[in-house]
Design a protein around this ligand. Structure first.
Ligand code: PMP
Length: 286
């Protein structure tokens, strides 16, 4: 449960945590965000998430609304005030409040900054990882700058709705060339018959996942083979194993795609290994 929300310099009770109707995040999705996993009270991969936020802001020509040190403090204080040991912390920065106009507001317009934190059961993702998740494919109808983490999430909302209607937890988005770009809110991975770990390379078509980057470090450290390249839904369906990565899921096995089982339809040993080495790498970095 979220008790207290940081809004523009104040910690407000949840029921009174508001932003203005003329906020540019609300009117134009002119806003960027980050979500970090919280484990044992620690904010996992905090600095890479803040670095990505800084990059998203800069790509949208928004200044950093406060120093990195101040943002770290807001994250930590929001986690503390909500007594989150295990859960997530969410940070959003919009271009602020101004009379509705496509033009950027005057440069001295203060950004809107919101931070909230919520607890999740400690074994929430771990329990799901024991079963794995189903994914379905959906057309990737997003814009051409998916490397910027904006709140313009309607295509993801619709793809996840389709997935939910089909009993799946995630949608894998397929571009016009027929390749999987990424999940609606995760990066997509497969493992080939000969044990190569495959994920699409970074481009403007996907979000540079922080979990993805940490797992790539872990894969290198363990001497496993990584291939950054495209794959099709058909290759995924015939793959030995598949999984997704995101901050809150870490490494989550995918056991079926469009209703057809991957491997034996259960989380496989290599994906379990990925989950283990990811958590090991995070522990080393803490
Ligand atoms: N792709 C998309 C579209 C996402 O929304 C997310 C989750 N933020 C990810 C990938 C995974 O990124 P991360 O590992 O940084 O959570």
């Amino acid at each position: 449960m979220t008790r207290v929300v940081y809004v523009n310099g104040r910690y407000r009770p949840y029921a009174q945590a508001f932003v203005h109707v003329e906020d540019r995040g609300f009117q134009f999705a002119d806003s960027v965000y980050e979500v970090c996993d919280v484990k044992g009270g620690a904010i996992i991969d905090r600095d890479p998430h803040l670095a990505r936020l800084a990059r998203s802001l800069s790509e949208l020509q928004m200044p950093m609304p406060m120093t990195m040190a101040a943002l770290r403090l807001v994250l930590r204080e929001t986690v503390r005030r909500n007594r989150v040991r295990n859960g997530l912390v969410y940070l959003q920065v919009s271009r602020g409040v101004a009379e509705r106009d496509f033009a950027f507001p005057p440069p001295d317009t203060p950004a809107t900054i919101v931070c909230l934190a919520r607890s999740l059961p400690p074994d929430y993702a771990a329990a799901r990882a024991e079963r794995g998740i189903a994914v379905v494919t959906a057309p990737d109808i997003r814009w051409r700058r998916c490397d910027i983490k904006t709140v313009m999430l309607l295509p993801a909302v619709l793809a996840k709705r389709e997935a939910a209607l089909k009993g799946a937890k995630e949608a894998w988005l397929v571009n016009e060339a027929g390749f999987v770009t990424e999940g609606a809110s995760s990066n997509a991975w497969i493992i080939t018959e000969d044990g190569r770990v495959v994920t699409p390379g970074l481009s403007a078509s996907i979000l540079p996942g922080v979990t993805r980057a940490t797992l790539i470090e872990a894969i290198a450290r363990e001497g496993l083979i990584l291939e950054e390249r495209h794959f099709t839904p058909a290759e995924a369906a015939g793959a030995r194993e598949a999984f997704i990565t995101s901050a809150t899921n870490t490494v989550m096995p995918v056991v079926s795609i469009n209703g057809s089982a991957i491997g034996d339809g259960r989380p496989g040993p290599l994906t379990r290994q990925m989950r283990r080495i990811f958590h090991k790498t995070v522990a080393i970095k803490e």
